[in-house]
Ligand binder design. Structure first.
Ligand SMILES: C[S@@+](CC[C@H](N)C(=O)[O-])C[C@H]1O[C@@H](n2cnc3c(N)ncnc32)[C@H](O)[C@@H]1O
Length: 295
């Protein structure tokens, strides 16, 4: 057993950060790196649709993912108020706002960097980004016409509190749409290789854990969501996942040529990206899903 003396314990207590602080630090430092992944600052994987998207042009697939999410939300032609729960730089918000002029959006994030720079990207659009926790937002009960969460709920382990909060703020008959990676089995049933990739992925990208897709479906139903539809998008996102080694290689080369040091958060981000690719290859353990659930 590792016993710490009181001064070591105090130091550890003062320097150890909770998950929220780690996520905020990660995105405050590493968000800029995503410009290498997407000129529009889409911080997610892409949706490949034959004849619509070009598998060699990443941004067409990343924006198609935004398109698919808004399609699922089923917004009407009236004034609509939608929240992006874990909005990054607001790329998805901007996409939706430019397609639908009657839409107003609020995005929540833990990163002050994203609040500052994301709001600049959203200038002249009916959207704003605020620093709030998606587990405990200031939205009123039954106030939203839609909620979406792309690759964001994984940071808190697809916690049931995140799902409950989305349920609380939605108007009746309105939808929550999630696009994210999930486990297909319990962690104790992962092979040694899968478990190693999973641990490295979570460490690199500051994820508490990934939810088990079967359990998340059950939890959504227990919370009160109905018409829960789960689509396996693993093959749809595969072409954009295959861009990862090239994006990483290009990013590192650029930094080397410019003689710039990689920040610790950038190194963690590269580690997360690499292990996302390796995890994605283990299709018996991991899958990428779009979940649509109606209140
Ligand atoms: C991978 S980025 C995805 C951003 C965006 N959805 C996109 O696809 O471009 C994850 C986002 O989730 C946000 N996030 C993570 N945990 C959060 C929490 N507890 N509350 C609010 N936002 C959170 C991060 O700040 C970051 O903006």
């Amino acid at each position: 057993m590792n016993i710490l003396c009181p001064s070591q314990y105090l130091k550890k207590l003062l320097t150890s950060k909770n998950n929220k602080e780690k996520v905020a630090d990660f995105y405050n430092e590493a968000t800029e790196d995503y410009h290498f992944w997407s000129h529009d600052y889409n911080m997610h994987f892409g949706y490949y649709a034959p004849f619509t998207t070009n598998p060699f042009r990443r941004d067409t697939m990343l924006n198609e993912m935004n398109n698919q999410i808004f399609k699922q939300l089923n917004l009407t032609n009236e004034k609509q108020f939608v929240a992006d729960l874990g909005c990054g730089m607001g790329a998805t918000m901007k996409y939706g706002l430019q397609q639908n002029k009657k839409l107003t959006m609020i995005g929540v994030t833990l990163s002050d960097f994203q609040v500052l720079h994301g709001n600049k990207n959203l200038k002249n659009n009916a959207g704003v980004i605020i620093n709030e926790n998606y587990n405990n937002t200031s939205f009123k009960n039954n106030s939203l016409d839609g909620t979406l969460a792309i690759e964001s709920f994984c940071h808190d382990g697809h916690n049931s509190q995140s799902l409950k909060e989305a349920f609380r703020v939605l108007k009746p008959n309105k939808k929550l749409v999630i696009a994210d990676a999930f486990l297909k089995k319990n962690t104790k049933d992962l092979s040694i290789a899968s478990n190693y990739c999973y641990q490295q992925l979570c460490k690199g990208w500051s994820l508490k854990r990934l939810g088990n897709i079967h359990k998340v479906k059950k939890e959504l139903a227990e919370i009160g969501f109905r018409d829960i539809q789960i689509k396996d998008l693993s093959f749809r996102i595969a072409p954009s996942v295959l861009h990862v080694p090239f994006a990483i290689g290009g990013f590192v080369l650029k930094k080397t040529f410019k003689r710039e040091n990689l920040k610790p958060q950038s190194i963690e981000n590269l580690r997360g990206s690499l292990f996302a690719l390796l995890s994605g290859l283990q299709m018996n353990s991991f899958g990428y899903y779009m979940i649509t659930a109606t209140k």
